[in-house]
Design a protein around this ligand. Structure first.
Ligand code: ZN
Length: 102
């Protein structure tokens, strides 16, 4: 499933998928699931993420500057703290969106 449109609305990202359904995900949740090597913790085979709890993030880490699409298979959020290395494939994005809130 691919997103047709992604917009930031307040503290959330609103994603419209190609089938017309819509998802909302809090920016904080998105950032905490950043899949880049610097952020991600251990991921088990079910895709559950176990994060290092003693890694406090500044408030700016949860502020989205913009979100870029990458190569037609992923999106890359640009965060206000300068973090840009998290590449969310569409599949991974959908999994984050549908995962229970932290
Ligand atoms: Zn990251």
């Amino acid at each position: 499933m691919r997103p047709r449109d992604i917009q930031r609305i307040g503290e959330e990202l609103a994603i419209q998928w190609e089938d017309g359904s819509e998802s909302y995900v809090r920016l904080e949740k998105l950032r905490r699931h950043c899949p880049c090597a610097g952020c991600k913790g251990e991921v088990d085979i079910m895709g559950n993420l176990y994060k290092n709890p003693d890694r406090p993030l500044p408030a700016a880490a949860f502020q989205l500057v913009r979100i870029e699409s990458v190569g037609g298979y992923a999106v890359k959020p640009i965060w206000a703290d300068g973090h840009t290395s998290g590449l969310f494939s569409f599949d991974y994005l959908k999994r984050v969106v549908e995962s229970p809130d932290l």
